[in-house]
Design a protein around this ligand. Structure first.
Ligand SMILES: Nc1ncnc2c1ncn2[C@@H]1O[C@H](COP(=O)(O)OP(=O)(O)OP(=O)(O)O)[C@@H](O)[C@H]1O
Ligand SMILES: [Zn+2]
Length: 715
């Protein structure tokens, strides 16, 4: 049978006579199979074998093919003579037999890799021509066209041969087809099978067999052709839909962040993201940083305006600050405010074990960005690409990568509209070359937020959840000194989760306090069974702290006392500074020491010296630290004067012992003060401890009620 593989059927009408003639063209034809069948040549060739016009006309009935439709006939012809059809796509493919295709994929598989075509179209978005030409290409050439002609030609011919065993003249079949066809004037003559059989002297006895064989072969080929056509049609439809979708996506949103990405070894694509929805409004508590970046936004909005006036803006801005303080968010907001593309890269992406990869990634990034200026390139973790640790065996090519980064930064003018924002937690770890003028020459500090900033951040994230009106973000803010924006966001989120778990319909202070403690001290250990004796000791210990805090003038206000085990602690008292403390007075420091002492003093007073526990060790640590700093750093000891003693190891033994002596005195005095207070307020101490044993946790208000001798309302 005539099998067709993956070839598109050209719509060409061929007189049946050509076909028949082809079977019986002179055996002597010397056209060799392996020769490249150039159709144009054949067409140009003089028609030597013009058929006599007197040939009788063939009736399809004679062939037993009267059932065939014209189209089927065309297909038959094409099956037999794929090379014939003028101007058809197939023919042109045949003639590229010796030409390797453009891509390895094409060579290997014989058809275009439509996905890589689409991908590369996305890679070069700034050249819309590419997309168009690809579209045109795809229109021109059906996707599964075999472009490796020699393979096609041979295999198809072989198939022709094997399926036309009836017409045995193996060697000469194909050439005679061609010759028979091409040497004739196709339009004019209509020949008949009868005549052919006569002229070729086919014996009467064989004529029927000839016809039957011909028809059988045709019908079999027909069935297969139909199948192939169906599957081809389906594939083409699928590819068309895919293509249309791709084009639609590109037209609709050129900055679509989710797109085909190529990460083939050395070459990685870089996609910008449009940051319209992130503005400075989203970044709270870092007002100074926002102000400094405002001018960068103005520049990105209108680079020309700045250069006309001769203004010069930094190419690179370094955002410096601890993790989670919103450096990435700020960089996004800069792009969002200016409504320009945002290119994100993490320094660690460039840190490659392979030569040239990191450098090549940087090159790609800058090439893309420059083509889309004005825009923002953000390099997170800049220290991991621009660090000083060059020549380390762990990062063999980092020098190369840094050099590439430097070259790229030097490679464009300040008015080109590309702003590079780098972020790092360790500016001191950066390579000096990076922070020279003309590179990252502007530093913006993004510190941990202060009380006001924390309150704003908490409000911002609280507004995204349901919370009770009684919630006071400021109280939480005061208790979260040192929290970063990310940690505060997490705090609110944990509170929301806790409320959901407890079946509440909104978040209250309780959940917020809960999640704050969880972040600060680890999760509650409700399951831990603490015996009554230990519980009682803990209750008195914590009440001791609370009483001292309550009755000492310069101590911080109490926020909460609890005997709920959490993390490594059995209970704790939390105090809230009214504001972030920039400075502390001597009396505040002493008060802090006294509060720390309160725990141990309570144990001693209530249970006796023999029953004091190990539970006060961290309290002592705390108190000792304060005393030591007062003596050695703050000049708060009369005996040692206003002098700092940083490296105590290098001091004379006398000075060392004098320091020790002073610290000891401070601690002892503190202990005595605490003892006095607890003795004076023994009743309140007892009441508070009992309230804690009953309620486990007491907040500031409840503590006040107990200490004022009033009864707590049953909760
Ligand atoms: N000042 C802030 N205002 C509002 N949200 C913040 C702030 N800081 C941090 N966040 C929240 O924390 C998330 C993480 O912050 P971001 O990634 O910007 O921190 P970063 O400083 O870049 O951290 P890293 O140094 O770890 O990369 C932000 O997406 C945001 O949700
Ligand atoms: Zn304690």
């Amino acid at each position: 049978m005539f099998s067709l593989s993956s070839t598109v059927q050209p719509q060409v009408t061929v007189p049946l006579s050509h076909l028949i003639n082809a079977f019986h063209s002179p055996k002597s034809s010397s056209v060799s199979l392996s020769a490249s069948v150039s159709q144009s040549q054949h067409r140009e060739a003089a028609p030597e074998h013009e058929a006599p016009s007197s040939e009788p006309v063939l009736n399809l009935k004679d062939l037993g093919l009267s059932e065939l439709k014209v189209r089927q006939l065309d297909e038959l012809v094409d099956s037999l003579l794929p090379g014939f059809c003028t101007g058809s796509r197939v023919s042109s493919r045949w003639h590229t037999s010796y030409v390797s295709a453009q891509s390895f994929f094409e060579n290997k598989h014989g058809f275009l890799d439509i996905f890589s075509t689409l991908r590369s179209s996305c890679l070069y978005r700034q050249h819309p021509k590419t997309v168009q030409s690809i579209y045109a290409d795809l229109q021109r050439s059906p996707v599964f066209v075999q472009s490796r002609g020699f393979k096609t030609l041979k295999s198809r011919t072989r198939r022709l041969q094997s399926t036309s065993e009836r017409f045995t003249e193996t060697q000469h079949v194909a050439p005679s087809f061609v010759k028979g066809f091409l040497l004739r004037d196709r339009g004019s003559d209509v020949e008949s099978l009868d005549k052919l059989m006569k002229t070729k002297n086919i014996p009467e006895a064989h004529q029927d067999a000839f016809k039957t064989g011909f028809a059988e072969g045709f019908l079999k080929a027909q069935a297969l052709t139909q199948k192939t056509n169906d599957s081809l049609r389906r594939t083409r439809l699928f590819l068309l839909v895919l293509l249309l979708l791709g084009i639609y996506g590109l037209l609709k949103n050129p900055f679509l962040s989710v797109r085909f990405r190529t990460t083939t070894g050395l070459d990685s694509a870089v996609d910008p993201v449009q940051m319209k929805n992130v503005t400075f409004e989203h970044v709270k508590g870092v007002e100074e940083a926002k102000q400094e970046l405002q001018e960068v936004v103005e520049f990105l909005k209108n680079p020309q305006k700045f250069t006309v006036l001769g203004g010069k803006l930094p190419k690179g801005i370094l955002l410096v600050g601890p993790p989670g303080t919103g450096k990435t968010l700020l960089a996004r907001a800069v792009a969002g405010e200016a409504d320009v593309p945002f290119y994100y890269a993490s320094g660690s992406e460039f840190d490659e074990m392979f030569v040239g990869v990191g450098a090549s990634r940087i090159r790609n990034l800058f090439r893309e960005a420059k083509a889309n200026a004005p825009c923002v390139i953000f390099i997170d973790e800049l220290d991991s690409v621009g660090g000083k640790r060059i020549e380390s065996p762990m990062h063999p090519y980092s020098r190369q990568t840094i050099n590439q980064l430097l070259a790229e930064m030097d490679g464009f003018k300040p008015n080109e509209g590309v702003i590079i924002i780098g972020a790092t937690n360790f500016p001191e770890a950066l390579d000096n070359a990076l922070i020279r003028p003309g590179r990252f020459d502007m530093q913006v500090t993004v510190p941990r937020p202060d009380v006001k900033g924390r309150t704003e951040i908490l409000k911002w994230y609280l507004n995204k959840i349901k919370f009770d009106q009684s919630v006071d973000p400021e109280i939480i803010a005061r208790g979260t000194v040192g929290f970063s924006g990310a940690e505060l966001e997490n705090l609110v989120n944990q509170a929301a989760l806790k409320a959901a778990v407890d079946g509440k319909d909104m978040v209250t202070m309780k959940e917020l306090e809960f999640s704050k403690d969880k972040i600060l001290m680890g999760p509650e250990r409700r399951s831990v069974e603490i015996d009554n004796k230990n519980k009682t000791i803990t209750a008195y210990h914590e009440s001791g702290h609370a009483i001292i805090a309550y009755y000492t003038k310069d101590a911080m206000p109490i926020n909460k006392a609890t005997i709920m085990p959490r993390g490594p602690t059995l209970g704790h008292v939390s105090l809230l500074p009214e504001n972030d403390r920039w400075n502390e007075t001597r009396s505040q420091l002493l008060a802090q020491m006294d509060v720390s002492m309160g725990g141990r003093v309570a144990e001693e007073l209530i249970f006796g010296t023999d029953h004091i526990t190990t539970g006060a060790s961290s309290d002592f640590d705390n108190a000792t630290k304060i005393a030591k700093r007062m003596v050695t750093r703050f000049g708060m000891s009369e005996k040692l004067g206003v002098m700092t003693y940083t490296d105590t190891g290098k001091l004379s033994p006398e000075t060392q012992s004098a320091i020790e002596q002073e610290i000891r005195i401070l601690l002892r005095d503190s202990y005595e003060r605490a003892k006095n207070i607890l003795k004076t307020h023994a009743k309140e101490h007892k009441n508070l401890a009992e309230a804690l044993l009953t309620y486990e946790t007491l907040d500031a208000k409840e503590i006040q009620i107990v200490l004022e001798g009033k009864k707590l309302e049953v909760r």
